[in-house]
Design a protein around this ligand. Sequence first.
Ligand code: ZN
Length: 282
Amino acid sequence: MKLIISILALYMVGAHAVVQEQMFKGTAKLVEVLIPNELLSQKTLKFSCRRGSKEAKTYPYITKENRLFALIAETYYSEFETISCHINETKVAEILVLDKAYPITYLRVPSEQTSPSPETQARIEREQTLLGKVYATSSSTLLYDKPFVVPLDSVVTSPYGVKRIYNNGELAGYHSGIDYRAATGTSLYSANSGKVILAQDLFVTGNTVIIDHGKRLFTIYAHMSKISVTVGQIVKQKQLIGLAGATGRVTGPHLHWGVRLHSTLVDGNTIVSETETFFDRF
Ligand SMILES: [Zn+2]
């Protein structure tokens, strides 16, 4: 009996609470965990999450006393594995990824946009390379101090995640942002404070503004008729960044709002709700 008790005690000393969470594919999720006592004195901690047998991804985080907060993202094409997160080598969280049924829509756009000419294809590729460079840098500190808000108080005409089929052709991927009804000339505002890292015309998204909010969280505003900010500019939450329009690959004027967390385009509504939770608890 005495032996059993000592074995149990040893086990408890080495055990940590493993936080259990759930998230849907295509969303952002706030993970809050306790930093294991033995790691509290360490200067730098590594927070990483592993999906199945894939290589673990390291995520930026914020700490307050013995708590660690991180926003993680799961792709639209998730394979629904359980994500296990670690601080250094100690497992601290387990997140179950759930499926979500997204609807299908059929879109009609000019054939030049679905079967681009070689010149257009070259332009699209140049712009993808540019975007890769733009997204490669993000502030190492948070550039916002309050929850995100949606950029426009208007009807959502196409939510995140809708499967899209162009001109009766095959599936052309999914809708990676949220579309809001907006007549040309409607004022558009930043969803949070941050730094403008792109402000120019692109083939697919037309006049586009991308804002870095720090720690690899970005918001994207597309199809604008006018851009009112410049690259490098620091913007506040709800600052005017431009006017809605119908530039780029569109069927009519609207605002397409995208949210990119790490390298994943997620449902913007989840960055609003998860940052509300973060500022409640932090
Ligand atoms: Zn859109």
